[in-house]
Write a protein of this length. Sequence first.
Length: 338
Amino acid sequence: MKIGILGVGATGARAARQLVDAPEVTSVVLAGGRRDRIKSLTASLPDHGLAAADPLDAGVDGLILAGPSGTHGAVVRRALEAGVPVVSTSDAPEEIEAMLSLSSEATERQVSVAVGAAFAPGMSCLLAAHGAQGFDELDEIHVARVGAGGPACARQHHDALSGTAIDWRDGGWQERRSGSGRELVWFPDPMGARDCYRASLADPFVLVDAFPGVQRVTARLAANRRDRMTARFPMLRRPPAEGGPGAIRVELRGRVDGRTAVAVFGAIDRPAVASGAVAALAIRRLVRGESRRDGVGGLAAMFEPGPFLAELSERGVKAAVFEGSHGAPDLAESVQGR
């Protein structure tokens, strides 16, 4: 199995290191970054790392797009023409919406493209799909996140607080002002409680696509006062090469045996580490033909959540169920695949 990675920042580098541990992966083709960065990463992957100007020209079996948002759509079109499955880690709403619009073409070409394959969206979508199995009817999905991966992710989050947030409510999209809708959200310790706000996030697009009957989907981003005040201005400080710990929280509401039920899942990890593991596992499964369908979709639509989450757990990216209704909930039960 020959896998290409376009974009060798924090997430791309983590994905590459995950791939070389997989026995079926014979080589990883790196492109889309500074020459010195590619050279250094290639050298750290003995017997696996290769550099190329264009992974699609190198005859890869699958391709991970881990570069900055805004560049993925054009590459996906080329990959569809070449018949190469793709995993995109972009979390830009407009870009994910555009890639989802290519689903009919991908289906006709019998090619699978997984979009939003990172921490959130990505692992958050798998948790939603896993939790939905316990409901007779799923009505609402609410996602919150804190933390960023590499610099591109940090810039995307900065811009998200100044854009237009999109919620799904009663069968239609509703525009909201980013930075509004303050909600105190409890994340797994040591993150604890954080103020979260509406933001221009892609989660609703992939979740509504995966759960067509859901009535309400929202996404919020943790932010402090400075984040909100400076969101409409250019970033004055250069983001770190890799952010610190991050967390996601997925709350599901629906009915079980005719009664209202709530389930909450969470995970904590470095976003770049978790995103790299998710992307690497997703492309391996696509190349092996293990997606639920051809076309374009988020991870909840493309994969069985249980086995995917179980393998992530084996690789150190763990999730758990929240228990408790007062104060900070406890991560009481590990999520295991079934």
